[in-house]
Design a protein around this ligand. Structure first.
Ligand SMILES: NC(=O)c1ccc[n+]([C@@H]2O[C@H](COP(=O)([O-])OP(=O)(O)OC[C@H]3O[C@@H](n4cnc5c(N)ncnc54)[C@H](OP(=O)(O)O)[C@@H]3O)[C@@H](O)[C@H]2O)c1
Length: 277
């Protein structure tokens, strides 16, 4: 008797099978991987995720917004998490459900945990996680308030730690975590004390994460930008030529993602052409 073979592409056409036939499913998620199975019972849910997914914190403006735009252009489904809509409205109009906007104050631990849970409920597999949300509050150790120290640690370090920890089980093999650190992760300077402390710690977290995830085939990069023209620099009288453009950072991160098959850019330091300010 000849064998009945069904090849189902795309997976959305697959609604279960009642007969005993050989089933081939071609998955885009695992490149070149072909399921070959004898199907006897109806299969309720078989999702083959053909679209890549990126989760980006602080996507409402600045560097995060440039990242959201770039990944949307590349066809990713993007989840952006911030407290406000910021400048995302035109992108939501343009991209519809390809862009998911979530609102949370990531300086609050419970809000980070709730966000992680919501993401996990909506997205089966995450390809790219970019911990970008952060804040810079100037101040010297002896003069700044404890609250400023605690806020910068909570947002710049703890939020990335708690979110990444919860999402790791759903990171795809071949997935990527980018932590947006800063040149202040390496170079300490006066009057930016808690920011420098939090960004040094974020770099430490990133290095540990890289060591712990490399055997799972998940890449981790620390991105250390120097001065970048965003709202963080509101009121500056320096010319734009003294700053990195946000799009250049987004392009660099995409380049690291695209070249991940044989190497990981573990630390990416970026400075304006004219050097530090
Ligand atoms: N600009 C620079 O010169 C520079 C240099 C080195 C590193 N960095 C780092 O790059 C990252 C982005 O900086 P940026 O200059 O693009 O800053 P930005 O323009 O001020 O944007 C910060 C983003 O983080 C979000 N955010 C702030 N507080 C948040 C909170 N409590 N909960 C959730 N989201 C919050 C903001 O959205 P909402 O306000 O809507 O919440 C916004 O989307 C930061 O980690 C920063 O330290 C920046």
């Amino acid at each position: 008797m000849s064998e009945i073979i069904k090849v189902i592409v795309p997976h959305t056409l697959f609604d279960g099978c009642k007969d005993n036939y050989k089933l081939f499913l071609i998955s885009m998620k695992y490149k070149g991987f072909v399921h070959n199975t004898v199907c006897k019972k109806p299969v309720k849910r078989l999702s083959l995720n053909m679209q890549k997914t990126a989760v980006i914190t602080g996507g409402s403006k600045g560097i995060g917004l440039a990242l959201v735009k770039r990944f949307l252009e590349q066809g990713f489904k993007v989840v952006s998490v911030s407290r406000s809509m910021g400048e995302l409205s035109p992108l939501q109009d343009q991209y519809g459900s390809q862009l998911v906007v979530m609102f949370a104050d990531l300086s609050q631990k419970q809000a980070v945990l709730d966000t992680a849970q919501t993401i996990l409920q909506q997205i089966e597999s995450i390809d790219v996680l970019i911990n970008n949300a952060g804040v810079f509050l100037p101040g010297a150790i002896t003069q700044e308030s404890d609250e400023d120290f605690e806020l910068q640690m909570a947002l710049n370090l703890n939020a990335s730690y708690y979110l990444t920890k919860r999402l790791i089980p759903n990171l795809a093999k071949g997935g990527y975590v980018f932590n947006i650190c800063s040149t202040a992760s390496e170079k300490a300077y006066a009057n930016g004390s808690s920011y420098c402390i939090s960004k040094h710690a974020l770099l430490g977290f990133t290095k540990v994460l890289r060591a712990e995830l490399m055997n799972q085939g998940i890449a981790v990069s620390a991105v250390l930008p120097g001065p970048t023209l965003t709202d963080s620099w509101e009121g500056t009288d320096l010319p734009a030529s003294r700053f990195i453009q946000t799009e250049a950072i987004a392009n660099t991160i995409l380049m690291a993602w695209e070249n991940r098959s044989s190497m990981v850019m573990e630390q990416i330091t970026l400075r304006p052409m004219l050097g530090d300010i």
